[in-house]
Ligand binder design. Structure first.
Ligand code: NAD
Length: 424
């Protein structure tokens, strides 16, 4: 079975390059020295492993796995493990840095990391995936650890894979070590509230932004791209707080109802329909691209990267964009967005609710006590609201958009911590 690289889309911007351009801008504004720039940019550790795995047909296939620890200045590193044919060291390196800034912006005591294995889980049996995950865990025994580096799910992995990781790591240590990984099934020490945490953070930061723009949620309208974990929870929680969700979309198309979509009905329909909105009757279908040009107050891209670009940004009428997805807005769209006066709550802030509840999972595992959902939600809301306020104040202080302000908050925190800790 050979994997064929898809043809490159030449007009596409690379979200990771977009991240670096914004990082560079924030570094300049902060007046960071050349030497500190390199300390912040160069990852601490990059591990590449070869993983021979017996496939169901008896053949042995060797996969390549990666783990990049970008920073441990603020604490143990944290970041997901991605199973995807396109995974490579460059991508993992950039995503690890992204995690450093995300954890720093919400002020949780973690550095950033990311891992990945170049494989296609859709073409592998559960047994093959399990053996691969266990082989990867064994190869990373010296890297992972509750006080060193704490993985989590990412694209192509979920609670099932995290359970195998925890089990393999625990066997090697001769005791159950729940805190080595987050995103576990609830019975294995997973946290209540994790599933909806990212959507919840999107809701909290959206409401905080609306307050600044003096938008009354009970009179506001929104459109949400993507109706998976992040998009559907964000839509449902915004609806609960009064916002009229006029449009939603998924891979099957976009759905519009001027009077507001019944989000709970849409979720129930999707869950009965193989996870897709296709055929949903509570709205009329519109062209997917039209969702971005609707005259709504709030636009929530919560599907994939690079969907708001210099090609379509001129059509956006929303007053606010809240980035549920990672990297949905390309660097080249930033200037036009700013000229139009649209407030953007950037991804490293808006979707950090997920990593915040992952942190709570780790804390609960370490103290050996389970918090109630009410406590988790209250603490998540406080962290997200405080982080929004910090970023908002920084934006005013430096006279920059929230996106650059978020990078300033994060970079300043990591750089000043490094100065206290010192090097060699
Ligand atoms: P998901 O797989 O649960 O859902 C993705 C949704 O997007 C699906 O409804 C899919 O049909 C839809 N989609 C895909 N391509 C589309 C397109 N071209 N147009 C419209 N819809 C499309 O994924 P998720 O966990 O909700 O993640 C969404 C985004 O949020 C990703 O960028 C992810 O990296 C980011 N994110 C997720 C979390 C988390 O906790 N799940 C945390 C931080 C960031």
């Amino acid at each position: 079975m050979t994997y064929i690289e898809p043809a490159p889309i030449t007009d596409k911007e690379n979200p990771l390059a977009s991240m670096m351009q914004r990082f560079d801008k924030a570094v300049q504004l902060l007046g960071i020295s050349e030497e500190m720039y390199h300390i912040l940019k160069v990852p601490r550790k990059q591990v590449i492993v070869g993983l021979p795995v017996t496939m169901d047909n008896g053949e042995i296939r060797t996969f390549e796995g990666y783990r990049v620890i970008h920073s441990t200045i603020l604490g143990p590193s944290k970041g997901g493990i991605r199973f995807d044919p396109a995974v490579n060291l460059d991508e993992v390196r950039a995503l690890a840095a992204w995690m450093t800034w995300k954890c720093a912006v919400v002020d949780i005591p973690y550095g950033g990391a990311k891992g990945g294995i170049a494989c296609n889980p859709r073409q592998m049996s559960a047994g093959e995936i399990e053996r691969l995950m266990r082989a990867y865990t064994t190869a990373m025994l010296d890297v992972f650890g509750p006080d060193q580096d704490i993985p989590a799910p990412d694209m192509g992995t979920g609670p099932r894979e995290m359970a195998w990781l925890m089990d393999e790591y625990s066997k090697a240590k001769g005791m159950t070590v729940q805190a080595v990984v987050t995103g576990k099934p609830l019975v294995l020490g997973g946290s209540l509230g994790r599933t909806e945490a990212t959507g919840r953070g999107v809701m909290v930061t959206a409401l905080a932004g609306m307050e600044k723009l003096r938008l009354n949620p009970y009179k506001a309208t929104a459109a949400v791209q993507g109706f998976g974990n992040v998009g559907s929870h964000a839509a449902s929680l915004l609806r609960e707080r009064g916002v009229c969700i006029q449009a939603i979309s998924d891979i099957s198309g976009a759905y519009y109802n001027q009077g507001g979509i019944d989000i709970e009905a849409a979720i129930a329909y999707r869950d009965r329909n193989n996870g897709m909105l296709e055929g949903f009757q509570g709205a009329e279908m519109i062209a997917p691209e039209e969702l971005f040009s609707l005259p709504v107050d709030v636009l929530v891209p919560a599907a994939k990267e690079d969907v708001i670009t210099h090609h379509n940004v001129a059509n956006i009428q929303a007053k606010m964009i809240v980035e549920g997805a990672n990297g949905p807005t390309s660097f080249r769209a930033d200037d036009i967005i700013n000229e139009k006066g649209i407030m953007v709550v950037p991804d490293i802030l808006a979707n950090a609710g997920g990593v915040t509840v992952s942190y709570f999972e780790w804390v609960q595992n370490r103290i050996g006590y389970k918090w109630t959902l009410e406590r988790i939600n209250r603490r998540t809301d406080r962290i997200m609201k405080d982080s929004f306020n910090k970023v908002y104040q920084t934006a005013q202080q430096y006279q920059v958009p929230l996106r650059i302000a978020a990078y300033i908050v994060a970079i300043d925190k990591v750089a000043s911590t490094y100065k206290y800790r010192g090097g060699y």
